[in-house]
Design a protein around this ligand. Sequence first.
Ligand code: MD3
Ligand code: FE
Length: 218
Amino acid sequence: MISGDLFPASTGHAVQDEPLCEGAMVLRGFALAEQLRLLQAIETIVAQAPFRHLITPGGRRMSVGMTNAGPLGWVSDRRGYRYAALDPDSGKPWPAMPEAFLQLAGAAAAQAGFAGFVPDACLINRYQTGNQLTLHQDRDERDFDQPIVSVSLGVPAVFLFGGLQRSDRAQRVALAHGDVVVWGGPARLRYHGVLPLRPAQHQALGHSRINLTFRRAG
Ligand code: MD3
Ligand code: FE
């Protein structure tokens, strides 16, 4: 389904809206026009707060590397999952949310029908070959009426989009460099995950996939 302008602001990048289900919308190529700014901002963030492998409350090391930007960052350790204002590795605040992140997340949310989205947390996930994220719900945020915006960069991945119960059958959605997904309303608490990353090469990110997940956490 096509809505709006396929080539917004004449950037030379095609974008296209694709409803997944009620409340969830894939915006194909939405981040392409800003990709260089995004990649540069990620470099700056990672220099201050490097990717690390968090420990789950059950004591397992997550294979996906994670870091954060913004007033709040998602962390996990033996005590549980939570949002924290300080990076536990450095004791310092997380790097500031780049203006390019705020603009992109706000514009994507608005395009999907969630005007006024101002995220206070950006979780940055780095997947390397074979890394996966098992089926889970995002429920550590205060207000489930706020959407989540995710931006895929680098090597393509297959996203699993399930139902409100873990046992519900999941659809598979291929997400490529520059794709943005907005999840809100009745989709906000659906189970989701990422299949093991297949070996592939991306011009800017090598064998990696980076996902930016924007949330209103506090
Ligand atoms: C669907 N990250 O960090 S983002 C996560 O690609 C996470 O790194 C995945 O799931 C990644 O928690 C997927 C897409 C996403 C985020 C939140 C959702 C999909 C969602 C909340 C409800 C339904
Ligand atoms: Fe999630």
